[in-house]
Design a binder for this molecule. Structure first.
Ligand code: NAI
Length: 476
């Protein structure tokens, strides 16, 4: 006999679990189906973000940052360390503990909110039904009926035929979080968010890192002034970023990965101990339903939705990485809340123009809104204020004076159109810019706001003052 719910959510990542909890808060009966399992074969909620993405990578970034600080910066503080070494298994065990605690936390939240959890592979059936199938098999364990279905099945790594994964020498981003020792020579295909974050982890721990990037412009999605500053900084940190380099082949021979790529000078060869493939992610839309479901899928396998995440089938919604827009946890979570509230009859929406992006290198890159090049391409007249972190007292005291805050405001209205930060703690600082922009702030509004001294955030204040050529701690 099938069980009936107001809402069945497919996927317990940051989009799905947030949608499920919000639906439950609004008084609906909710079930959530997720197939993720840990090494013991048990369910592990939280999707890519908690299990093999945002959270474990941040745990390793933290460990490796501390190691690099101890190695390179402690001496300036008069702190000496002898026999500094990294124990990779201990670092990995700490990362695993963080993941386990957080995934268990979602289970507890489900329990507290009375969200019923089903472990298995969900497949849509006609008449708003969701079959829960045995992992890796066809056997149907449960059938759930729903008034509304929310699809939040996430995404998975794109693989390349030229670099077949063996998960020992050639790995994806998941495998790169599991190394048991620091590879001496590490190759990374793709210098996007994942490539740069993993490059940071392993280069800080001592790997010689080479990134092979197909595009001829480094980090083209970010503001180009910031990308250029970041490129110089990463190079100084020892990362060898080769742009305009197209991978031709990667083969494992004698426990080494032989990579051939092509750049302006022709075919190049390089040998690594490990190779990470980080060339983007694709939506998990292929095994969740058959043709009979009449859900429209676009040419890149995203489920087609409108701005309210409604699919072509009434009562079926799709959110997170499986639909258009940036593949970011916070974007999926916001969509989850919006859909839950719309099912409950509220008029919620997501402001897609103000979704912040962060790349967790050191310094971090964070931005929201339009880049200078986008404004230029659209013919939008702008004033720009830039404040270098080197002029920030707090940044100096922290030995974090690399980078800048850049504010782009409309030339006539002064409304803030974009904020771009390359600095320590940029991931935290950007929230202030998102809030200001969400409230329609002008650069003048930020300039008139009192910021505590001494803080890194003062750089936002000074950049806003600089829009009107009146920053205090730099020559305008
Ligand atoms: P990405 O799309 O950010 O970067 C992939 C890079 O690989 C691109 O620069 C692309 O030009 C390059 N590339 C593609 N094919 C190539 C080839 N054959 N040879 C050489 N280079 C090639 O994808 P990434 O880094 O894998 O991340 C996947 C998703 O996860 C992204 O949507 C990203 O936003 C998200 N993510 C976000 C993070 C964050 O917010 N901090 C962290 C990690 C991932």
């Amino acid at each position: 006999m099938s069980k009936k719910y107001n809402v069945v959510v497919v996927g317990a990542g940051p989009a799905g679990y947030v949608a499920a909890i919000r639906c439950a808060q609004l008084g609906m009966s909710v079930a959530c189906v997720d197939e993720w399992h840990n090494a013991q074969g048990e369910s592990s909620l939280g999707g890519t973000c908690l299990n093999v993405g945002c959270i474990p990578s941040k745990a390793l970034l933290e460990s490796s940052h501390l190691f690099a600080m101890a190695q390179n910066e402690f001496k300036d503080h008069g702190i000496s360390v002898t026999k500094l070494r990294i124990d990779v298994p201990i670092m990995m065990a700490r990362k695993d503990k963080v993941v386990t605690e957080l995934t268990q936390g979602i289970k507890a939240l489900f329990k507290a909110n009375k969200v019923e959890f089903f472990h298995g592979h969900a497949r849509l059936a006609q008449g708003k039904k969701v079959e829960v199938r045995e992992r890796g098999g066809k056997k149907i364990i449960d059938t759930l009926e729903a008034d509304n279905i929310i699809l939040a099945a996430g995404s998975s790594s794109v693989h390349l035929d030229q670099a077949p994964l063996d998960q020992q020498y050639i790995v994806d981003s998941t495998g790169a979080l599991e190394f048991d020792a620091v590879p001496k020579r590490l190759g990374i295909i793709g210098a996007g968010a994942i490539g740069l974050e993993l490059a940071s982890v392993w280069s800080r721990l001592g790997s010689e890192v080479v990134l092979i990037e197909a595009m001829d412009e480094f980090l083209s999605i970010a503001d180009q002034q910031i990308s250029r500053a970041a490129f110089r900084s990463y190079k100084k940190q020892g990362m060898d970023i080769r742009i305009n380099a197209r991978l031709l082949s990667a083969t494992v021979k004698n426990k080494q990965v032989q990579v051939t790529y092509e750049d302006n000078r022709g075919a190049q060869q390089v040998v690594f101990d490990k190779l990470i493939v980080a060339v983007g992610r694709k939506p998990n839309s292929d095994t969740m339903f058959g043709d009979e479901m009449e859900l429209v899928i676009d040419e890149r396998s995203f489920i087609h939705v409108n701005k309210y995440c409604e699919t072509s089938v009434p009562g079926i919604y799709a959110i997170g990485d499986i639909v258009r827009g940036p593949m970011l946890a916070h974007k999926g979570s916001e969509e989850g809340m919006m859909v839950a509230e719309r099912i409950a009859g509220q008029a919620s929406s997501v402001n897609y123009d103000l979704i912040p992006s962060v790349i967790y290198t050191q310094p971090e890159i964070a931005w929201v809104g339009k880049t200078e090049q986008a404004c230029e391409a659209e013919g939008v007249p702008v004033n720009i204020g830039i404040f270098p972190m080197t002029a920030s007292g707090r940044a100096r005291a922290m030995a974090a004076s690399e980078g800048m805050v850049k504010i782009i405001a409309h030339k006539e209205t002064d409304r803030v159109l974009g904020v771009h930060i390359f600095s320590a703690q940029a991931s935290e600082l950007i929230a202030q810019a998102v809030m200001a922009m969400e409230m329609g702030a002008s650069a003048e509004d930020i300039a008139l706001t009192v910021f505590a001294h001494p803080t890194l955030a003062e750089a936002i204040h000074e950049a806003a003052l600089a829009v009107d050529m009146r920053a205090i701690h730099i020559k305008n």
